[in-house]
Design a protein around this ligand. Structure first.
Ligand SMILES: [Fe+2]
Length: 202
């Protein structure tokens, strides 16, 4: 398996929540549910795989409070266990623009690690699962499913803005439109309870 199966992924996240409790745990769960629902509606995608990859995307936060380093921590943790797909998505989920300098958070890692990430992002080909997690990361707040715009503002208020912000939003809209087209309906229609959670978060 190139990713942990459902039970194992859930156990990983639960254990990570004991090491470093925080809203990222529930955010990961909602992200996974969004991945599962959308993949279920898109011909050719595996909902189970999408769920597990969504659940694991931020697993690097298990090590404690960190910024962009969480991607590399998760990448290494998954790679050591042979979960190659999960390891890839631990990094790619933040790069809807394939340029490592396009991220918004701080670079809390040394030069060598930064160069590794730079090369990894440039050389990795994305598949539907990379793109789905990129999308669902922005459809999930800790309290439930959300509009992309709610998550865009949430991230922007926490990490600030740079010149890549709007291109990142545009790229995420393009991914949403592509999945909506392939699912045959707006992706929001696939997320149960979103109407309630959108207004609760607001
Ligand atoms: Fe995330």
């Amino acid at each position: 398996m190139l990713y942990p199966e459902r039970r194992a992924a859930e156990a990983e996240l639960e254990a990570a929540g004991l090491l470093n409790p925080g809203p990222w745990i529930d955010h990961s769960r909602w992200c996974a549910r969004a991945c599962e629902r959308i993949a279920h509606a898109v011909p050719g995608m595996e909902a189970e795989k999408a769920y597990c990859l969504g659940l694991m995307h931020d697993i690097g936060r298990r090590v404690g409070r960190c910024k962009e380093r969480h991607m590399l921590e998760g990448h290494r943790y998954c790679a050591e266990r042979g979960w190659t797909d999960a390891a890839r998505i631990c990094i790619t989920h933040s790069f809807m623009i394939k340029d490592v300098s396009s991220s918004l958070g701080g670079w809390d890692m040394d030069e060598q690690d930064y160069r590794y990430m730079e090369r990894f992002v440039a050389e990795t080909s994305y598949d539907d699962y990379d793109r789905l997690v990129q999308l669902c990361d922005s459809l999930a707040l800790p309290g439930g499913f959300c509009l992309l715009e709610q998550r865009f503002v949430d991230v922007c208020m926490r990490y600030g803005a740079n010149e890549n912000l709007i291109p990142r939003w545009r790229a995420t809209y393009d991914i949403k439109d592509d999945f909506s087209r392939r699912a045959g309906c707006p992706v929001y229609d696939l997320l149960p309870g979103i109407r309630e959670s959108v207004f609760r978060e607001a």
